[in-house]
Design a protein around this ligand. Sequence first.
Ligand SMILES: [Zn+2]
Length: 290
Amino acid sequence: MENYLVKAIDKTKNLRLLTITAKGVVAEAQQRHDTWSASSAVLGRTLLGTLLLAGAELTDKEELTVRLLGNGPVGPTVVTAKADLTVKGYVKNPHIALPPKEDGHINVKKAVGQGWLEVTKDLGLKEPYTGQVPIVSGEIAEDFAYYLTKSEQIPSAVGLSVFVNPNNTIGAAGGFMLQALPGASDTLIDQTIERIKKLPQLSSAFLDGMTPEDLAKKILGDDCKIFDPEEVAYKCDCSKEKYAKILETLKSSQLKEMIEQDHGAELTCNFCGNKYHYSEDELKNILAKK
Ligand SMILES: [Zn+2]
């Protein structure tokens, strides 16, 4: 398994941790959307954070969507993950590359800008639940941590890293999400924060072959309990039928226009880039169903 996450708990059972490595997932997103470095970093970190959140919170048929709505050049970023740990996502502007920061890193904060982080959870209830926090950092990991702490009242620390090669391919992608449970003492939290501060730089560590299990031990200590790895994957669930249902929601006048003026329609899935073509006859059938 090359793309997977693990869940772990510390020996006192008061800290819950998820760690992930998912270079293949981010590479697939990079290829599907032809993203350049800053767009790859924003989309990749959001894919990682959303998968970690899904791993921490979802069961059964549930899914969640993270919208990073910043005013920076990359534009809005949308990622959806399901309980089975499949994920899909896109950025509005894939072709953004920015001058690096002084330390040589991609300027993710500038690429994201200011705005809101919005999390919508579809838990199979009547109405999906949405929580929203301002973007406090723009580096994305801190924004996920702020969302969890503020909106879900779970004190959290998050680290997310994507390494982009000079030719725009993805070198490494991985991260962690630490959550303090109600029984966690201040001493335990302080000790763990000290361990996180001493972590090697995540992107170089993942490039050097660090596994999620290694990272879990570095954060929680060698005596933590690590559960079985769970595979993660990039997967879009779009289909011609699904987009036909969206066409059904258009106004009759809009459908008629597509039939009479365009003699057909072509829709492109934002998440995966697949194109679906509808002939005049197919559009007439859709119109007849309304
Ligand atoms: Zn799709």
